[in-house]
Design a protein. Structure first.
Length: 192
């Protein structure tokens, strides 16, 4: 189709009737659908790992500053879960199946599941994961270009939220005092 030419309505109607079982995926879909579905399932796995890590950090946060930080972890977890829903819905629209299989989740995720034991380490691990997601989404958006504008717009919206999360975590990292090292480390003692 040449966008500068008028639409041939009869041809448009005929194309819409062919392969009707494919739903939203019409003959005009320009991207490699299988590659897009694979990338979307990778993004889905990444978001699921982020939901789980944020949830763990929410419940495990301890210390004088933990209440506000734990609340932020929960907000981020809920927003990541919203991304899971968006991505899963788009996978189905493209005729694929969202892969929620827990046994391969870590392998498919771009981000790692890092538990962390201190509040500062939790913030750092979540910030690292957000930075991974940001670069992953930028790459995916560049790959799609104009081939799949619906998926690209969805990813651009998710990317904006991930950048906001990274900014908030970087701010938290500046505001939360670094935990002092345990007394044994300060004195150079080793556990017996």
């Amino acid at each position: 189709m040449n966008p500068s030419e008028p639409i041939d309505v009869n041809a448009l109607r005929a194309r819409a009737r062919r392969h009707i079982e494919q739903g939203a995926v019409t003959e005009g879909y320009a991207a490699d659908r299988h590659a897009v579905l694979k990338m979307l399932n990778g993004a889905l796995a990444t978001e699921l790992v982020c939901v789980l890590r944020y949830r763990r950090h929410h419940y495990m946060a301890r210390g004088i500053h933990s209440q506000a930080v734990a609340s932020e972890f929960l907000v981020h977890s809920n927003e990541e879960l919203g991304h899971v829903d968006q991505i899963a819905e788009r996978i189905v629209q493209l005729g694929g199946e969202p892969d929620f299989a827990p046994d391969t989740l870590i392998e498919r995720s771009h981000a790692q599941y890092m538990e962390a034991s201190t509040l500062v380490d939790m913030i750092k691990e979540d910030l690292v994961a957000e930075r991974i997601a940001i670069d992953s989404y930028r790459h995916f958006i560049q790959y799609l270009s104009d081939q799949d504008p619906t998926t690209r717009r969805m990813l651009e919206g998710i990317l904006a939220v991930e950048e906001e999360h990274a900014d908030e975590l970087a701010d938290l990292l500046q505001r939360v005092p670094q935990e002092p090292a345990p007394a044994q480390q300060l004195l150079g003692l080793h556990a017996i």
